[in-house]
Design a protein around this ligand. Sequence first.
Ligand SMILES: Cc1cc2nc3c(=O)[nH]c(=O)nc-3n(C[C@H](O)[C@H](O)[C@H](O)COP(=O)(O)OP(=O)(O)OC[C@H]3O[C@@H](n4cnc5c(N)ncnc54)[C@H](O)[C@@H]3O)c2cc1C
Length: 504
Amino acid sequence: MAQYDVVIIGSGLGGLESAYILSKEGFKVLVLEKNRQLGGSLQIFVREKAIFDTGIHYIGGLNDGQNLNQSFKYFDIMDKLHLHKMDEDGFDRITFDGDENEYFHAQGYGNFVEQLVKKFPAERNAINTYVKNIQEICDYFPLYQLKEDNAPIIGTKYLDVNAKEFIASLTPNLKLQNVLAGSNPLYAGEGEKTPLYVHALVVNTYIESSYKCVNGGAQIEKLLTKNIKALGGEIRNYAEVKRIVETDGVVKFVELKDGERIEGKNFISNIHPATTMNILESTKIKNAYRHRLQGLENSSSAFIIDVVLKPNSFKYLNYNIYHYKRNDVWTGVYKIGNEWPDGYCIFVPKSSKSDEYADCLTILCYMPFSEVKKWENTFATIPRQNESRGQEYEDFKQKYAERAIDEVEKKFPDIRSKIQSYTSSTPLTYRDYIGARDGGLYGIAKDYRDPLKTFISPKTKISNLYFTGQNLNMHGVLGVTVGAIRTCGEFVGQNYLIRKINQA
Ligand SMILES: Cc1cc2nc3c(=O)[nH]c(=O)nc-3n(C[C@H](O)[C@H](O)[C@H](O)COP(=O)(O)OP(=O)(O)OC[C@H]3O[C@@H](n4cnc5c(N)ncnc54)[C@H](O)[C@@H]3O)c2cc1C
């Protein structure tokens, strides 16, 4: 007789949120995590006492009454989080080589319009139309507003509209088009592919409100973990699932790396659907389904430089910078070789040590997996960093880190004198420590040309195996939370769950 009602594979945000919801609803839950640290992309790491985030630089929708605030109340973490509100007039700033201006994305739709009109006075109508459309598109996704939803996603307006083309249709002003889409590394935007709804759902949450987690986003994992355990849930680290085994039409057990078998009545995979298919042993799954999931393209990966700053040398920035070498924000994911990088993002973590100075910053540049493909057969994970990929790889990392810093230096001419040390990571790093396919930052890439192909149902072809996490719905704290609601809705009813969340 299985000991657990639900076994969850992976302790990313989606796995932990699902564990909390189902434990609260009386299910006996076990979470299995391959790494030492829990939380997946919620993890932080420390270098020379500076705290770096891996995958949570800022979070939207956390003002009182907003969707994520309400969800976090339900998870009983909202009033315990240590948050810092970002600059209301410009939480994201878009900049370009050869242009002195900083273009602000502001919090609150009225303020968003006014800040942009300062730079584009003749474009008020276009900017107004843009914000009206963004809000209207979000209304087509009721779960994002924590509204009950019985309608199938199929046929939803805007699914097949391209973000770049839509923005271009609002104004002939090329600079404004690029400014409006300027934070597109938030969703690894590709001009030829990214649907408008992806752009809208992501920017909407940050325009509503933008916060940083003080001393990093791992506090979300810590609080969720504590709450899950208080509800009777169990969480195990160093528990890598190597096999998911189906017999007689249902998954009976998963097998860990050391051979231990864990039985369950239901299983939720918080890992990539394609990776799930790789470890699923089942005759019930048709090859067409397997191939469909395994063939889906992932969003781009990145090269990331984590910089420890000399004490009291660099003023804390209460905003993010999205910088581009050219007046085109849509092609960065494709740039390789001498053209790399096409631009960069700078995220400055908020530390509790100082309001005035930053102790570190993160520089993120897109990088396709092809750049590191030659080392694809090497593996290294952060908790057990005893494997090296060789000197050639280290030289590659240093060369590319220096190139990225050269670009940043054009904007911050004295930055090198403020750097105490830095480390860098590549698409391989992310692949190995999260298990993300090809190091893709945000999982499966959405495509407006075939939108339904990239929608993953929480239900699989096996009745007691489900998906959750960023590949399901959308990435990001909000996208993954909505995904957890969909997954757990399969167990307790989606509208019932929405009501519970709204009553919290
Ligand atoms: C660089 C970067 C920056 C980001 N910035 C932001 C941001 O500023 N704001 C925001 O809202 N979102 C941001 N995101 C997105 C956000 O972090 C993710 O969408 C979200 O955390 C993903 O959650 P998930 O539930 O899909 O799990 P993941 O974080 O993908 O975790 C999956 C977990 O499963 C574990 N696992 C994998 N294989 C196995 C196995 N076989 N057995 C057991 N465990 C396994 C992994 O170790 C991991 O812990 C960022 C992402 C990245 C990569």
